[in-house]
Each structure stands twice: as C-alpha cells, then as structure tokens.
Design a protein around this ligand. Sequence first.
Ligand code: PEP
Ligand code: MN
Length: 338
Amino acid sequence: MIIIMKAGSSDAQIEQVSEKLKAMGMGSHVSKGIERTVVGAIGDERKIDIEALEVLPGVENVVRVMKPYKIVSRVSHPEDSVVDIRGIKLGGKQIQVIGGPCSVETQPQMDSAAASVAAAGCRLMRGGAFKPRTSPYAFQGVGVEGLKMFRRAADKHNLPIVTELMDVRMLDTFMEHDVDVIQIGTRNMQNFDLLKEVGKVQKPVILKRGMSATISEWLMAAEYIAAGGNHNIIFCERGVRSFETYYRNMLDVTAIPVLKRETHMPVIVDPSHAGGKAWMVPALARAAVAAGADGLLIEMHPCPSEAWCDADQALSPEELTALMGELRAIAAIMGREL
Ligand code: PEP
Ligand code: MN
C-alpha cells in the first residue's frame, strides 16, 4: 500500500501516517521527492482499512498494491487447480459439459434426461430441486424429493450431480443426499453467510457470477469460500445485466481470459441463462470453449416445450448431442479434449 501525501504536507503529518501504520501492525518507509512524499506501508495490507489512512491530515491518496483476494489468486498458486468430482477432473485438459434440465420435475423426466445427458457424452448432470424464481407464485422446485429423484436417475449412469443450494438450512440435507457439486446461483453470489457455510465443507462449489457483479466482487465472493477451507471452487460466467433486451443476459466472454489470468481455479460458462433462448446456446457455447472455458453448464430437457421452468432455453437431447460434436472439434483445436 502506498500513501501519497499532499504537496506541502508537514513532517508532523508524515510522522502521523507512520505512527498510524505502526498501530495497525505495519512497517513504513518514507520516500521524499522534490514535490511529494510517499509513504510505503510494509506488511499484509489486506486487513487494513484504507479509509482510516485517507482521513489523516495531509494525505492525498492511498493506493493498494496487493490483490484483495489471496487464496484464489494466481499469485499464490501459479499452476491451474483441478477440481476432482468423484474422479472427474474439472480444470485440466479435458473440458467438462454439465447437462440437464433447469429443474427436477418428475422421476420419468429425470430418468430420461439422465439417459440423454450420458448418451450425449456429458460426464456430469445438472438440475435444480430448489429454484430461485422471480415470482413467488411461480414453480419453486420440488424440494428434497427432487434430490432423491435426481440421485436415483443420475446414479444409473454414474453421473455426479450439480444442484443449487439457496438456503443455508438445507446444507445438511445436501450432504445427506451426497450432492456432488453445490451450485451457488447468481442471486446468492454475495450471500456471505451462505458462502461461509459452503466454505466449511469440502464439496466442490460452482459459484455463479452475480448478474451485476464485477470480476473483483466475484473473486472476493470466492475468497469467502476459500477462506473457510474449501478450495474446490469453480467459477461460472452466466451473463450479466446490460441495456440490451434482445436476450436475457449478456455473456461476458471477456471475463473468461481475465479470470483465467487472475485465478488458478477452473472457469466454466452457462450459455443457457446468458442467451435465454435455445437457438443461441450453441453459438455462445462454442465461443466459451474457444475463449478458454474449462467447462459448460447447459440446460437440456427431454421435451423442451413441456419444461416447467426455462422452456425457451432448453436444448433437446438431439441438439445437445449435435453441439457436443461441434465442441469436440473446437476443443481439439485448443489442444484440449471433450
Ligand atoms: C440455474 O442454473 O438454474 C440458475 C437459476 O441460474 P442463475 O443463478 O445463473 O440464474
Ligand atoms: Mn434455468
């Protein structure tokens, strides 16, 4: 951290800054120029309240030099981290596609979806038993019964299951049903109490980007999980709010290389909630793989027109199979596998 003093600041003011830093457990180094003096803070600046320094007399500006996130930062771990999901590696050479319906509906729907997901070549399955809906009158998910249906359907094909946790009170139930990957949805990216709790378990967590979160806020949200001891974190870009109304969200493809640079943790993309229409999903999925995504989260329903939730954006089993073929070719160009 660097504290830049105002032109003409007095020696007493500079001394006060050094004293304040000392009281905060930091060292200091004063560098006097012809016009300006800067004070360099020595120590871990992450715990320091920047405002407590900015208010001191004679201080013009305080600049952080360290990233506010530590465990998730690539600085602390230069190699890519690979998250192991029951033997399936996410973040390595192999790209993982997580396919499945928006919501768990019935046992036959889940059985059929699981068979199609496996047949298309996906190694993991998605499906929400608890749904965060904009309207309280809309279908809210089938709840705990849905976790059972999901487990039964996926186990037949040995597919690990990915499902959203909205309420911290359901975490024990998720553990009892041995949910393989806990999804934290866009609306909960900054639910810090929820993040702290999933930080205490060792289950892999997919952390979706808040719909208007900056990359820095997203990294800090992941740091909450990591700080609790759970380093099995997967970032998921799912589109951000924009001025555009043609599609549901704007897929931030730029975030993929930025995150790959800033963090060692895997980055996946959800093209379904970005575009919001099935016909857009293949183009966005192809772009994501070409941009370096480690995986995709794609909605697929055995009969999209009958889906209880997000019918517009669900691929049919045939469309998912066709897309997997295209993605395989792009992965090969990228020196990866699918
Ligand atoms: C979902 O994946 O089912 C979902 C609700 O996504 P998001 O949190 O990105 O809206
Ligand atoms: Mn959905």
